[in-house]
Design a protein around this ligand. Structure first.
Ligand code: SF4
Length: 372
């Protein structure tokens, strides 16, 4: 298949759904750990095509959602520094921190610019030599290489007013943390396609090896997801857990060596704090010694008060897969995409936003095309 509509072919989708139905599996929980998968599952109504024994759970796959309030508070504090331009992605603007949001402080005069890429932030720094530009870039292994590239470029160009507030996170350690916490039974992982284009399949090998749990790296079209579910059920029924790659058109076992080289040049692995989960060993990236001068936390004094969560918000439970959005009493009442209380309702990849937009089962009448 070469074109996107082929990956949305209704007849092929029905065929895959039929195969899954025929498998007559025991009850299983399959977790996706990628916000793009979460949205695709709702958007294409994938759940409607699964037997009731196959339950899909959303995990901590939305980078905006897993960023804890402490880090959002730091970004807000930096933005309130008169000498700073804070550059960030649009999704971060409305995410509530402990006391306000970037959107709110921008309204009071903070110099915040929405960018589409870290390279836009670098351009802002170059065009504004009398101010410091801080890039607040959330993201997983997918976006971290471009941040690394921008820092290498800043060094090459001798740009000394560009800084980075590092909140990049790594997915496989979060999967281990969920398994070790054992709050929710997971029978298989739908592994993130984008992240895996960078890291390949090897970093997930510990999951079948140590936990006997199958993994399939999946693409984002309806047929990709249905095929990945079918492949997971095959592994479960054969009791032969391993890491399979369904998304072969983009993911290689060894990942992307150039991107990985950029990452290891600029960053070191460090412990990181995740919303709802807490500190996870070796799940974040910090600037390596040679690039420390780009570290916003070293360059600026950042004073934040004690962080706190919005009362009643269950984003943490949702990110751990122990609750669904409709189990939050604020869902679709006090909390809507127009007035979000928590990040899972703000982000386009958030579970609450997807649930609100498409309903719990998704709104598509078939896995083909757009929702009806
Ligand atoms: Fe938080 Fe809103 Fe989701 Fe409830 S519905 S968990 S308040 S984001």
């Amino acid at each position: 298949m070469r074109f996107i509509d082929e990956f949305r072919n209704s007849a092929a989708g029905q065929g895959l759904a039929g195969r899954i139905q025929e498998k007559k599996t025991r009850p299983v929980n399959l977790m996706e750990v990628c916000g793009t998968h979460t949205v695709a599952i709702f958007k294409h109504g994938i759940r409607q095509f699964l037997p009731e024994e196959v339950n899909l759970l959303s995990g901590p796959g939305c980078p905006v959602c897993v960023t804890p309030n402490t880090d959002i508070d730091k970004a807000i504090a930096l933005a309130q520094n008169a000498g700073v331009i804070l550059a960030t992605f649009g999704d971060m603007m409305k995410v509530p921190g402990s006391y306000s949001s970037l959107h709110q402080v921008k309204a009071t005069g903070a110099d915040i610019k929405v960018v589409y890429s870290v390279l836009d932030a670098l351009t802002i720094a170059r065009d504004n030599p009398h101010k410091s530009t801080v890039f607040f870039g959330v993201g997983f292994e997918t976006t971290a290489p471009t941040t690394a590239g921008a820092i290498l470029e800043a060094e090459r160009l001798g740009i000394d007013n560009f800084f980075f507030l590092s909140v990049h996170k790594l997915i496989p350690p979060a999967m281990r943390a969920l398994l070790d916490a054992d709050e929710v039974h997971i029978d298989g992982f739908i592994c993130p396609g984008h992240v895996s284009t960078i890291i390949g399949s090897q970093p997930y090998e510990f999951i079948p090896r140590e936990y006997d749990i199958p993994c399939v790296i999946a693409g984002f079209e309806p047929l990709d997801i249905l095929q990945a579910i079918d492949m997971l059920l095959e592994q479960i029924s054969a009791k032969e857990p391993r890491v399979d790659i369904q998304y072969r058109r983009a993911v290689r076992k060894e990942g992307n060596p150039v991107a990985l080289k950029h990452l290891s040049t600029v960053f070191e692995v460090t412990d990181a704090c995740w919303r709802g989960i807490g500190s996870i060993p070796e799940s974040g990236l910090k600037l390596s010694q040679h690039y420390k001068r780009f570290d916003a936390e070293r360059a600026f004094k950042i004073d934040i008060g004690p962080s706190k969560e919005a009362a009643g918000c269950r984003c943490g439970d949702i990110l751990r897969g122990v609750a669904t959005p409709n189990e939050c009493r604020l869902f679709a009442k006090a909390c809507t995409p127009e007035n979000p209380v928590g990040p899972c309702m703000v982000s386009t990849e958030g579970s609450c936003a997807a649930w609100y937009l498409y309903g719990g089962e998704g709104k598509a009448l078939s896995p083909l095309g757009e929702p009806q």
